[in-house]
Design a protein around this ligand. Structure first.
Ligand code: FUB
Length: 340
């Protein structure tokens, strides 16, 4: 399959490349790091990659994760603390398997962990779990968040304290099986020439446990205001949406999946439309790329993952971080993960 072919190329590349950043932890595999500043520290909410017997396929069966650990960093460069298991799939009534990329938010002194998993019908949904501490442990709500589907939740808190949930991913993330929030039960990809499938978003309710509105599909356009098209695989949305705000502008960044980049688009509202701007992170070792962007003590950082620690195994990833630069014109300087 394509997945195996790309993985094999990456193992070859890995031998000749020097990483520009080291894994943040090496005692376990971690991926999809969502970072936030809570209580004056950086807290990281990654996936916990595990070795498993599942085949490498376009459904993502090889991403067979079962739990989450939360990590914290007091100062950049200081030891990364592993706070242990924060939530396990066996403690979630509605979820069967595949605990994929999570995110977290804080409101009123409580912490909310948002996570995707497959339910007992094999459908990816997004759940929420609550704790009094950013490190957990988290107690899951009995049901997935009503009206949610697909994967890769990311919660953005605006300056007015309002929270928005962004989510979605195609292929194994199943977003192509939904149209207008209706479940089609099968793949339904648009044709070349049509607008690419885009991430969904909705405001969260005051209690942080529900959607306050029906999810909307975000419009991502090119410089001319035309929707990014299906065949534009260097720029179209694949998975892993993330929103941050810099000097009043909303930045939506995401993975382009099979072209292996993190790119970004900007808007003056959290609802978009977002206009494509450029690359945040060039391809890393491994098939997937997934990130978050956060400001800590006056410096912006990119959190991302690659497969250098596992020698290129696409389902065994390690989270890393790198300073990120916004320029005077609002552009982001693309980050190079390696030197030749
Ligand atoms: O970690 C499993 C999946 O791989 C994530 O949900 C995607 O974003 C990709 O990183």
């Amino acid at each position: 399959s394509d997945a195996e072919r790309v993985q094999a190329l990456d193992i070859e590349r890995a031998e000749n490349l020097l990483s520009n950043a080291e894994p943040l932890v090496t005692h376990m595999y971690t991926a999809d790091p969502s970072a936030h500043v809570f209580k004056g520290k950086i807290y990281i909410y990654p996936s916990h990659d595990v070795e498993n017997e599942h085949p490498t396929d376009d459904e993502g069966s090889h991403f067979a994760m079962e739990d989450y650990h939360v990590f914290s960093i007091e100062k950049v460069g200081s030891k990364v603390i592993d706070h242990g298991i924060a939530l396990h799939v066996k403690d979630i009534a509605w979820a069967e398997k595949q605990m994929w990329a999570p995110d977290a938010a804080e409101k009123g002194g409580k912490y909310y962990l948002y996570f995707p998993a497959r339910d007992y019908d094999g459908i990816f949904r997004i759940g929420v779990a609550v704790s009094d501490e950013p490190s957990g442990p988290f107690i899951a709500e009995p049901n997935a968040i009503k009206g949610t589907y697909s994967i890769d939740p990311a919660v953005f808190c605006d300056d007015d304290g309002k929270h928005y949930l962004y989510y979605g991913g195609i292929w194994g993330g199943q977003l192509q099986q939904w149209k207008g929030n209706e479940y089609l039960g099968k793949d339904n990809y648009p044709q070349n020439g049509q607008a690419a499938i885009a991430p969904r978003m909705a405001a969260l309710s005051n209690n942080m446990l529900e959607l306050a509105e029906d999810p909307k599909e975000i419009l991502i356009t090119d410089e001319q205001g035309e929707p990014i098209k299906v065949e534009d695989t260097e720029r179209r949305f694949f998975e892993g949406p993330w929103v941050h705000k810099y000097e009043g502008t909303y930045y939506l960044s995401y993975s382009t999946g099979d072209t292996h980049k993190i790119v970004y688009a900007t808007s003056n509202t959290p609802y978009g439309p977002f206009k494509y701007k450029g690359v945040v992170l060039n391809p890393v070792l491994g098939w997937t790329t997934h990130h978050s962007i956060v400001e800590f003590q006056g410096q912006w950082y990119l959190f991302y993952h690659d497969c250098s620690l596992s020698g290129g195994l696409t389902h065994l990833r390690s989270m890393k971080m790198s300073p990120l630069q916004h320029n005077a014109d609002g552009s982001i300087t693309p980050i190079e993960p390696y030197q030749e």
